[in-house]
Design a protein around this ligand. Structure first.
Ligand SMILES: *Cc1c(COP(=O)(O)O)cnc(C)c1O
Length: 398
């Protein structure tokens, strides 16, 4: 038996059927393809329906995502739009209450219009998920780890329960935080999608989304929607994503290493740090049981909104930027930035600390990153150097 080829190798393999044997897949920057005759259509006719550069990318994504079929669309949210169009009006759907903000926004919009009947629950509580499911549930949306709270969904257990008791409920999983490098969710779910804007591309220079399935009918339905709505990824963006993908393993391994070191360092100073790789994370073992790593996003609390603002603004190497998955390290205050649109009352209900700082690690040298954060901590007054050692100060809650 041929040993399964590792994702590290798959991402750089670039076989293509170019007539000149180009080493890198060519870019077909064209909207139309000439037909041999009025009746002989050939494989491609119009780029909305199909383009060789996109096909090349989708083949590559299918391999990496361990899927029969994969699709490249214009963004992560584009994936969700396509997937929700598989539903019928009024279908019951279940979604986590700590999902990505844009996911929450689109599902809430569909719910308000009566397009779906949405139940928001804590999907990190498996018993709650089990008791909410019914014969009427057509789709469940899961995401793990959530961010910035970094809570873990028991994907294997929920999947086993749904497949046994509610086989008609489609399980949809947003794998943006782990990427195919750390998790192959199709063994547990029907539809996997991710924002390729993040780790898959890795350079914050294109928006893209990837959907993967292992079922012919689902694949055909999804292709029909993408072709009908015109959200397939453009040729140039497909070409750039093919290039970005090649370094997924090497980038993400370094990013993860940096995150692990930074999380340990922050914890050693006395901060409450949320990172699934820390033994102190309440779901450390659960996360480890089905993922190959811990990712590169973590968050920590300072106890003071003002101090958090000073820390975020005091860094030099970290960019004050939303999003993650980029080769550059990023720092943000979710309640002021990515999650600012969520009603403060709801933020409180969901136990989202207003002072929480999110760090998304890039590939820089870890000593430089720690030095940068150290300076920002001192500048904010939350920590002080005592005999060359960084000591956390008590702060008044503001
Ligand atoms: C960014 C993100 C999305 C949305 O992807 P876009 O490419 O920005 O549309 C969806 N889910 C998660 C978890 C994300 O981080």
């Amino acid at each position: 038996m041929v040993k399964e080829i590792s994702i590290d190798t798959l991402v750089v393999s670039s076989n293509n059927d170019d007539q000149h044997n180009s080493s890198v897949p060519p870019l077909y920057q064209t909207t139309t393809f000439k037909q041999k005759s009025v009746t002989d259509m050939g494989q491609y006719d119009y780029t909305r329906s199909g383009n060789p550069t996109r096909t090349q990318l989708e083949g590559q994504l299918a391999k990496i995502m361990k899927a029969q079929r994969a699709f490249a669309v214009t963004s992560g949210m584009g994936c969700l739009d396509v997937i929700t169009r598989l539903l019928k009006p009024g279908d019951e759907v279940i979604a986590g209450d700590d999902l990505y903000g844009g996911t929450h926004r689109l599902l809430t919009l569909l719910n308000e219009k009566g397009a779906v009947n949405l139940k928001h629950i804590d999907t990190t509580d498996t018993e709650v998920v089990k008791s909410t499911l019914s014969e009427n549930t057509k789709m469940i949306f899961l995401e793990s780890p959530t961010n910035p709270l970094i809570k873990i969904v028991d994907l294997p257990e929920i999947s086993k329960y749904i497949r046994k008791n509610y086989p008609n409920c489609l399980i949809v999983f947003d794998n943006t935080m782990m990427s195919p490098l750390l998790l192959s969710p199709l063994q547990y779910v029907d539809i996997q999608y991710e924002s390729a804007t993040k780790y898959l591309n890795g350079h914050h220079d294109i928006m893209a989304g990837a959907i993967a399935v292992n079922d012919d009918k689902l694949g055909n339905d999804i292709y029909f929607i993408i072709n009908s709505t015109g959200c397939g990824l453009a040729p140039f963006d497909s070409w750039l994503l093919l290039r970005g993908l090649k370094t997924l393993s090497i980038r993400f391994e370094r990013q993860q290493q940096n995150a692990e070191k930074l999380a340990e360092w922050l914890e050693s100073i006395g901060f409450k740090v949320r990172y699934p790789g820390l033994k102190s994370h309440p779901q450390h073992e659960l996360h480890k049981s089905f993922n190959k790593g811990f990712g590169a996003v973590l968050s920590f609390e300072t106890g003071s909104i003002l101090k958090s603002e000073k820390i975020v603004e005091g860094t030099q190497i970290f960019g004050v930027t939303v999003s993650f998955g980029c080769v550059n390290s990023l720092i943000s205050m979710p309640c002021r930035m990515s999650h600012a649109a969520i009603d403060p009352e709801i933020r409180k209900e969901r136990n989202l600390p207003e002072d929480i700082i999110r760090l998304c690690l890039g590939i820089e040298n870890i000593d430089d990153l720690i030095e940068d954060l150290k300076d920002a901590l001192i500048l904010s007054g939350i920590a002080k150097l005592v005999d060359g050692k960084l000591v956390k100060q008590q702060v008044a809650k503001l």
